[in-house]
Design a protein around this ligand. Structure first.
Ligand code: DGJ
Length: 650
């Protein structure tokens, strides 16, 4: 529940309290976030107020009136530059007069209810969930009276999950143009005690292709720690989920804070330790970002998610899992256990045909598998990855009956049918690129740095998004498609949109996300019966933004049993395993050449959403029998794997 007690704001979830107050100067002072404390009247919080008898040596005094107030050591809800705070700012604006000094002070507060409005800013957001657990909200308005800018910060309480989310919106009330260089999503300042800054660990999840979600523990001393992605996607290099925890914490004990962002693009999480405070910040990465705000314009940052647990990392994970299941996933598949599938990729790569796939379907049916997925290679003239992305018509040599005919044959065998697409991409060797070279993100007339010989379509252009809605709708409506694997295999380079003037190029990476979200929203609403699985060269875009539309994500291209155990363990800190797709693949493993037994692969994959990706028809009778047994066992326990509470042991 949210209470306003005079100048004090108390946000309470089932097991945590979050407290801040408005200082006489108008700044929001963050006071406390942690185990639930009892605050009934304003005076109950007095023990949390730091004394400011004198200005710390060498600090700048905020003003003549508040000459003992130093923003350098004040724990704040919203920080900016220029008035004596030298740490990473929450908001960074170049004002109409060219100055960068901003000072946002309290103007008003409103307690209400309801989740953030996704139609207002085109971004994905948390929602009440189908149990109707509408969050209480607090919206605080702050103003910079000198520069005529205002900020709206809103908190949303998902009490039963011990989760608080936060949004931020800036508005230009002045008569001049201003340049927004950063608007982060959440800031959390922790006061440090005494002379030492030690005592906290920042846990990040970094990696790369085929080695996603490797856990790192940084024991914080002094300085700045950063976890970030500038790839254009949330990325396998650094997932937006991270934790801050007390040194004494473990899987089952101690105080742990978790953070995530409902966003799929460039992001930065930073922790800064200096004398007197530890500052955590998360939001869109300011590098390469620039947004012109004309008079009257506003800009909204993505929603941030944070949670506190006094029951160690397992406790924190349970909060995040509950929150994602209840308040991020949506649509008919959100709570429904998923079918066991057989995917063609590792067995066939692009060498697919109707004949080969129906043979796979018959073997799958015999093993009890429920859905056959035709992966890459079915469209245009796609014999390798150098051509055809963008031309979403079936290759009639491979599929004489088209997608419709193949789907019918698979259905007749008794399996559901699924298909692979990569809508956001185009090959230079494609009819689409030949017709619309300006539809790709590239700098006209300049050499381009290629990735997998394909380019990223410019989703900042509404006509490109409209085109993709049309062609994908035609494809998804052309057969009884029950599952779509939505791939994205290319990081951004040469980021530039031909449709925007030079001074607006700093918008491209974020506008791309807005276009992508419109595309995913339209298609998932238009085809609610389809189970969508996100994928980006494995887990290069596993985040809460994608999960607002697609209820599952392919966790990694690495299907090796040993590597997978580590990757899945990493995911489990921030994401329920019921949103991660995982497959049992052939032996030896394609990525590592390790000869782990099928049973080890199964032991991993069954904790996620189980699938197979192997040459099933050609496997030995013993292996086929083993797989049939695994599938039968999984079906008995599927509900538990899917909805159970997952504890990490040692
Ligand atoms: C990358 C994905 O992660 C793979 O599973 C597969 O779908 C390929 N792309 C297809 O090109």
């Amino acid at each position: 529940m949210i209470k306003q007690l005079g100048n004090l704001f108390v946000l309470e979830t089932e097991n945590s309290s979050y407290i801040f107050r408005v200082l006489d100067s108008g700044h929001l002072e963050h006071l406390y976030y942690g185990r639930k404390v009892t605050i009934q009247v304003e005076e109950d919080a007095e023990y949390l107020y730091p004394t400011r008898a004198f200005l710390p040596g060498n600090h700048a005094a905020y003003s003549e009136e508040y000459n003992t107030l130093s923003l350098e050591s004040l724990c704040q809800e919203v920080s900016s530059l220029g008035k004596g705070d030298y740490s990473v700012p929450f908001v960074d604006v170049v004002c109409a007069d060219g100055s960068r000094t901003c000072d946002f002070r309290f103007c008003g507060a409103r307690i209400g209810s309801g989740s953030p409005d996704e139609d207002a800013d085109g971004l994905p957001h948390s929602w009440a969930g189908d149990l109707g657990k509408t969050p209480q909200s607090l919206t605080v308005t702050l103003k910079d009276e000198e520069q005529k800018l205002s900020l709206e910060i809103a908190w949303y309480l998902y009490e039963e999950c011990d989760v608080i989310t936060r949004t931020a919106k800036i508005h230009n009330d002045s008569e001049g143009d201003v340049r927004l260089e950063a608007l982060m999503s959440a800031q959390l300042d922790f006061p440090t005690r005494g002379t030492t800054d030690r005592g906290m660990i920042l846990t990040t999840f970094t990696g790369g292709w085929a080695r996603e979600m490797q856990r790192n523990d940084h024991h914080l001393t002094s300085g700045r720690y950063v976890s970030e992605s500038l790839l254009g996607t949330s990325s396998s290099r650094a997932n937006p989920f991270c934790m801050l925890r007390r040194e004494a914490s473990s899987e089952d004990y101690g105080e742990v804070y978790g953070f995530n962002l409902i966003y799929s693009g460039n992001h930065r999480e930073s922790v800064e330790v200096n004398s007197g405070r530890i500052r955590f910040m998360t939001g869109i990465h300011p590098q390469g970002f620039e947004w012109q705000l004309k008079p009257g314009d506003d800009f909204s940052a993505p929603e941030a998610v944070f949670s506190f647990s006094g029951k160690g990392m397992n406790g924190l994970s349970h909060n995040m899992h509950d929150f994602i299941r209840e308040h991020i996933l949506r649509g008919p598949w959100a709570k429904k256990p998923r079918p066991v599938l057989l995917n063609s990729w590792e067995a066939c790569f692009m060498d697919i045909s109707e004949k080969r796939l129906t043979r796979f379907a018959r073997a799958a049916k015999a093993a009890g598998i429920e859905l056959l997925v035709m992966d890459d290679g079915w469209f245009g003239k796609r014999t390798d990855d150098t051509s055809s992305l963008g031309d979403w018509t079936p290759d009639s040599n491979k599929l004489p009956g088209g997608v419709t005919g193949l789907c019918k044959k698979i259905n007749d065998i008794g399996l559901d049918f699924g298909i692979w697409v990569e809508p956001e991409m185009v090959n230079v060797d494609s009819d689409l690129y030949r017709a619309h070279p300006d539809w790709a993100l590239e700098i006209p007339g300049h050499p381009h740095s290629e990735g997998r010989t394909q380019r990223v379509l410019d989703l900042t252009r509404p006509e490109v998004v409209d085109h993709l809605i049309e062609v994908m709708s035609e494809l998804f409506g052309s057969a009884d498609i029950k599952y779509v694997k939505w791939d994205m295999n290319r990081n951004f380079t040469d980021v530039f949109s031909s449709s925007l003037p030079p001074e607006e190029q700093g918008k491209v990476a974020h506008l791309y996300m807005i276009g992508l979200y419109r595309l995913m929203k339209t298609l998932t609403e238009r085809f609610p019966q389809i189970l969508f699985e996100g994928c980006a060269s494995g887990g290069n875009r596993t985040d809460l933004g994608i999960l607002c539309y697609f209820p599952q994500i392919w966790g990694s291209d690495n299907t090796d049993a040993l590597c997978r155990a580590e990757i899945q363990n990493g995911y489990s800190y921030g994401y329920p395993l019921s949103v991660i797709g995982s497959h049992v693949s052939g032996v030896p493993n394609h990525q590592t050449l390790r000869e782990a037994p099928l049973s080890s692969s199964y032991a991993d994959a069954s904790f996620d959403i189980l699938g197979y990706e192997c040459t099933l028809p050609d496997m030995s009778a013993a292996d086929k029998k083993a797989i049939a047994k695994q599938v039968a066992f999984y079906k008995i326990w599927r509900e538990v794997y899917f909805n159970g509470t997952f504890y990490r042991g040692r």
